[in-house]
Design a protein around this ligand. Structure first.
Ligand SMILES: Cc1cc2nc3c(=O)[nH]c(=O)nc-3n(C[C@H](O)[C@H](O)[C@H](O)COP(=O)(O)O)c2cc1C
Length: 360
């Protein structure tokens, strides 16, 4: 596990260790998409990891799907994120903003524009979504025309510039977990007949165009992407060609020399080994629900350069100190994951607080 605590260079950044806070939606942004007041404390508390990736953040009105998710396309958004980026840097970490376009995973009750989501094709995911009126079926999305797809690429580019304006070290394109970018990959969401549908190359095109546009705008050394090969979340089925799509995509992305690739382990060791070989840059690996005893194993074996953790860091602001001390960890409280106040957000105790509990 020790290597995890060694510093590592990533592009021009020096990370204090090889632990990454995975992006996590918390649903506490203001109505206009400005990050909530408590977000500064939340992220600053966790700045002992090498890199913090923000919660999924929409690049445009249209990119919102859930209530309370933040944006990064207005001056108010930039000002809100600037306070967070400053606090994370002051704490010794580096900060990337995850650009998440929800695509078809949206509901009119959740968004400022009050319309359905937009998507490669008019296919509902067959899932329900949280709304202010409780769980509701996700409606059939509106299809993006070819020119709207090109406009969406521009929206990502614009948002990436705003993220850097806010002081983020870079952006991570959310290409995982069933949102817009992955919707293009999957025949279960994409039956287009233009240059964004059909062949593996066509289905990978949108992700590549977004990466190229952002790298052109803010530099490849500030552009990253997250992928979840084979994930079936939110109605995704990548079909038999799925593994080949990722081999092709990662090979193409590698040529762009982006700052990192963040992968959810596909559960297929052969495919994971192929992706590691095809990607010559920094690789961050996430294994959902990784047992405590295996923390550090992928860095030790060199399958990954860094390991990311979600729930463990959500529930343990001093995750690094707890790991070093081989101490027990707080359990995360699911009921406070999305929305709400400071409970389950900035009130998880550190080891020190465990030892000297405060009485109020
Ligand atoms: C509350 C919560 C919100 C999440 N939101 C996002 C998100 O906005 N973007 C994303 O890429 N993944 C998101 N994830 C997935 C995590 O980044 C991570 O991949 C997942 O939790 C598995 O890792 P873990 O077992 O270490 O938590 C979320 C997970 C949780 C628990």
């Amino acid at each position: 596990m020790n290597k995890l605590f060694d510093p590592i260079s990533m592009g021009s950044l020096l990370l204090q260790n090889r632990l990454v806070m995975a992006p996590m939606t918390r649903g506490r942004a203001q109505y206009d998409g400005t990050p909530g007041a408590l977000a500064v404390d939340y992220y600053a508390q966790r700045a002992s990891v090498g890199l913090i990736v923000s919660e999924g953040t929409q690049p445009s009105d249209e990119g919102q799907g859930y209530p309370g998710t933040p944006g990064i396309y207005t001056p108010a958004h930039v000002a809100g994120w600037a306070r967070i980026a400053d606090a994370v840097k002051a704490g010794g970490s580096h900060f990337f903003i995850q650009l998440m376009h929800a695509g078809r995973i949206a509901h009119p009750l959740n968004t400022l524009h009050r319309g359905p989501g937009v998507a490669p094709s008019a296919i509902a995911p067959g899932t329900a979504i949280f709304t202010p009126n409780g769980m509701q079926d996700v409606p059939v999305p509106r299809v993006l025309s070819s020119s709207e797809v090109r406009q969406t690429v521009k929206d990502f580019r614009f948002a990436a510039r705003r993220a850097v304006d806010a002081g983020a070290a870079g952006v991570e394109i959310h290409g995982a977990y069933g949102f817009l970018v992955q919707q293009f990959f999957a025949p279960s969401a994409n039956v287009r007949t233009d240059r964004y549908g059909g062949s593996v190359e066509n289905r990978a095109r949108f992700a590549i165009e977004v990466a190229v546009a952002i790298a052109d705008e803010i530099g490849a050394s500030r552009t990253a992407i997250r992928l979840s090969p084979s994930s079936t979340m939110l109605g995704i089925d990548e079909g038999q060609e799925g593994p080949d799509l990722y081999r092709y995509l990662v090979g193409e992305l590698d040529r762009l020399e982006l700052v990192y690739l963040h992968v959810m382990h596909p559960g297929d060791d052969g495919l994971m080994a192929d992706l590691r070989r095809l990607w010559r840059g920094t690789l961050i690996l996430n294994r959902p629900g990784r047992p405590f005893a295996e923390i550090g194993a992928d860095v030790s074996s060199r399958l990954a350069d860094l390991e990311s953790y979600g729930q463990a860091i959500l529930a343990n602001p001093d995750f690094v100190a707890r790991l070093k001390a081989n101490s027990s960890m707080n359990e995360s409280r699911r009921q406070s994951f999305f929305g709400g106040d400071h409970h389950g957000y900035i009130d998880y105790p550190t080891l020190q607080q465990d030892e000297c509990p405060t009485t109020i």
